[in-house]
Structures are given as structure tokens and as C-alpha cells.
Design a protein around this ligand. Structure first.
Ligand code: DX5
Ligand code: ZN
Length: 215
């Protein structure tokens, strides 16, 4: 089975964001990954709901929103209204993650929970019956273009094993440093949704780049 490719527009050319989104979807990407950084949960600041609202109708592809923010509960409604199809928040930033998943679902949006590279993956196990997706970060969140942290592979395998053993049919997403080589490693470990930013947007041939991640 081929992986779902979620293209991170953090590495797109912002002077023509709408065209970049259309280009990367036409090249075969399945979802658009929308990284929200608040300068507090992570050092960097990216973009927020007004940008999502303005690019939402560029494509029929789902928008996969990754909230790297403190107090994620404060922002879910705004992002749902702006057009998010999935909202992923960080376990490290949530006071009551189980309740937050319910609140995201009540907004008619699918819910993901993310863990940073140093957070043990076992901490999300109890959320697997509720969540639609677990995002295992394969770099420290905050910037595009970083190197893949190979120690995260064991976390992906452990999560895949846990889901299979318990019959939890949820997505396992990975984010950070994904290219043709690391894509093979994470898929072997059990990931089925691959976020990729710089590798896809800087590629000379986007179609070939997407293909190299999917298969
Ligand atoms: C990092 C972001 C990623 C980033 C990935 O904090 O969550 O989505 O855009 O970029 P690449 O694929 O360049 O590592
Ligand atoms: Zn991301």
C-alpha cells in the first residue's frame, strides 16, 4: 500500500502560495500540511488561520494542520472555521489531551496528537482509541530542512506494534527530514502518512519527488 503524502508548505514560495499548493497537489501529494508555530512552544513563528482561510479554496485536498503552539485548545475553533480537515496538537502542550480530542471531533474535524523526538511514544498509547492520527516528530519541531533523527524509528515501530496488537486503525504520521531514503525507513517501521517540506518543494521534478516517497 502506498503512503499518504502530506506536503508541508513551510518550504513553499510564499510570494505565490496558492500556485505552490496547486503545483504540489498536481504532482501527486494527497494532503497539505499546514505548520502553525507561535514563537513560544517552538522558537519560530510561521503563519496562522487567516492564511489558511485564504488558501483553503485553492484545492480540494485536505488541510492537515499541525499546531506547534501553547494552549492549543484556545485555537482549535478558529482553525476549524478557517478550513482545517485535521488538527494535530502536541501532547507536551495539552492539559487534557483526551478532552481536546473530543473538542476537535465536536467541531467536525479529525484529531491528531503529536510527540516530540524526546517524548516517549508510550505516552500516547492511551489516546489511540480516540485519536485519528498520531504524529511522531522525526526532527525537533520549529524549522524545515533539518536532518532526520534515526532514534525515532524505534518509536514508530513500537507504536505500529501497539496499534496492530490492539486493533486500532489509526494513521501514524511522521514529520521532519523525510526524503526518498528516510521515507523507506519510516514506512518499514510502520508509518503511513509522510510529511515532507523541503524535499518536495525544492525538487526539480516534483512529480518524481512525490513518487519517490509514495512507493
Ligand atoms: C517542523 C515542521 C515540519 C517541516 C518539515 O517543525 O513541523 O512540517 O516543515 O520540513 P522538512 O520536510 O524540510 O524537514
Ligand atoms: Zn509539521
Amino acid at each position: 500500500m502506498s503512503a499518504i503524502i502530506s506536503a508541508s508548505i513551510l518550504s513553499a514560495d510564499f510570494t505565490k502560495l496558492g500556485e505552490e499548493i496547486k503545483r504540489i497537489i498536481a504532482a501527486g501529494s494527497d494532503w497539505i500540511h499546514f505548520d502553525v508555530m507561535d514563537g513560544s512552544f517552538v522558537d519560530n513563528i510561521s503563519y496562522g488561520s487567516p492564511v489558511l482561510k485564504s488558501v483553503k479554496n485553492c484545492t480540494g485536498a485536505p488541510f492537515d494542520v499541525h499546531l506547534m503552539v501553547v494552549n492549543p485548545e484556545k485555537h482549535i475553533e478558529t482553525f476549524a472555521k478557517a478550513g482545517a480537515d485535521n488538527i494535530t496538537f502536541h501532547l507536551e502542550a495539552a492539559d487534557n489531551p483526551a478532552e481536546l480530542i473530543d473538542k476537535i471531533h465536536a467541531l467536525g474535524v479529525s484529531a491528531g496528537v503529536s510527540v516530540k523526538p524526546k517524548t516517549p511514544v508510550e505516552k500516547v498509547f492511551e489516546l489511540c482509541p480516540k485519536a485519528d492520527m498520531i504524529l511522531v516528530m522525526t526532527v525537533e519541531p520549529g524549522y524545515g530542512g533539518q536532518g532526520f533523527i534515526s532514534e525515532t524509528l524505534e518509536k514508530i515501530s513500537a507504536l505500529r506494534r501497539f496499534c496492530d496488537e490492539n486493533g486500532y486503525d489509526i494513521h501514524i504520521e511522521v514529520d521532519g527530514g523525510i526524503d526518498a531514503n528516510t521515507a523507506k525507513l519510516v514506512k518499514n517501521a510502520g508509518a503511513d502518512v509522510l510529511v515532507s517540506g523541503s524535499y518536495l518543494f525544492k525538487a526539480e521534478n516534483a512529480e518524481e519527488a512525490v513518487e519517490s516517497l509514495k512507493f
